[in-house]
Design a protein around this ligand. Sequence first.
Ligand SMILES: Cc1cc2nc3c(=O)[nH]c(=O)nc-3n(C[C@H](O)[C@H](O)[C@H](O)COP(=O)(O)OP(=O)(O)OC[C@H]3O[C@@H](n4cnc5c(N)ncnc54)[C@H](O)[C@@H]3O)c2cc1C
Length: 408
Amino acid sequence: MAEFTMELNDEQKEVRDWLHGFAADVIRPAAAEWDEREETPWPVIQEAAKVGIYSLDFYAQQYFDPTGLGIPMAMEELFWGDAGIALSIVGTGLAAVGVLANGTEEQIGTWIPQMYGDANDVKVAAFCSSEPDAGSDVASMRTRAVYDEAKDEWVLNGTKTWATNGGIANVHVVVAVVDPELGSKGHASFIVPPNTPGLSQGQKFKKHGIRASHTAEVVLENVRVPGSCLLGGKEKLDERLARARERAKSGGERVKNAAMATFEASRPAVGAMAVGTARAAYEVALEYASTREQFGRPIIDNQGVAFQLADMRTQIDAARLLVWRASWMAINGKPFTAAEGSMSKLFASETAKKVTAQAIQILGGNGYTREYPVERMHRDAAIYTIFEGTSEIQRLVIARTLSGMPIR
Ligand SMILES: Cc1cc2nc3c(=O)[nH]c(=O)nc-3n(C[C@H](O)[C@H](O)[C@H](O)COP(=O)(O)OP(=O)(O)OC[C@H]3O[C@@H](n4cnc5c(N)ncnc54)[C@H](O)[C@@H]3O)c2cc1C
């Protein structure tokens, strides 16, 4: 087990500086354009693929970093560049992690390369869980997967919504109900291979922020996928369902949901994205406050401005520490006895919303225009308190974990 450290090692510093260079030279200059276009920034993803940032190798290297700091460090730098573009770059990774976590070695080897494509022909992937009537309440999911034993195929029907890269992805990972009696324990994940008939994009959403990231509905109409597309395989699924049915019958003790443990481990990554956006806005505000003069002196010369910056920086550093702690716990298999993963996402996302709003205030009228990046950063920051579980849901998870009570 790696000791918890707040200092990056030499190798990590090198990676961080390299990512920062890419974020500063390639992502940030393209941010305003792709925000206005509200389109997937394919040329930037391709640049990222050429230098090796958009690849499974890079993602896996950071993911398995024993200090736990690889992913948060990478997310912070890329999202410091721009949240919408960065999400277009890391969105595939979210789907890939779904396969890495639940797939067999064969599934990992077959599908993950197809999620990324290559530098000359980049592809993206989508993870589709949310539905119009199943957002925070995952257990009300309706998309159904039925096994056709004669053909060894699964048939998927339903509508997914809010899918990052939904409909434009080469590979979709779809969560569906296989046993409606078991609530969220009766769900399973499926690969939908490229060009599978029956899968189509529904409406593409026009959003408040992260507008360079594609978000859309995914409609599944009699989508047939081979049995080999069930993540983890049929035998494992049958065993899991049998255990869940047994527990449901005996009314036995509540077992920790494996999905919840996965969320605890993945939420710090979203916290790190929020830290990146918050830090970006803080840096713009600090620079502006140091150079903008009113009443014959820089505005930072007023405690009213300087104290805001002091609070902003304090909260950003506190958020990063919570994120790093939770990421270190996740990679080292530490139990999340206080829902530390949710804690880090809650605090970092709320910090990003607050800090980006303060940055607009410090820039005054300029902050409110698209001539400066902080209004975009503020629009982008609002997503962190919504996706991967809203702030209210994080509080619910933390409170339930602390109290052991079924708080509603
Ligand atoms: C840009 C974007 C990208 C996304 N990407 C993906 C993706 O790639 N894949 C995917 O599957 N999903 C994705 N999502 C979906 C996202 O995870 C959901 O939007 C989120 O989980 C909230 O669900 P909801 O929107 O249905 O809100 P609801 O669940 O309807 O919540 C509405 C409000 O009610 C509150 N609320 C609900 N229940 C409770 C409760 N018990 N106690 C207190 N308050 C409560 C919520 O906190 C929220 O404030 C994305 C969403 C967006 C906006």
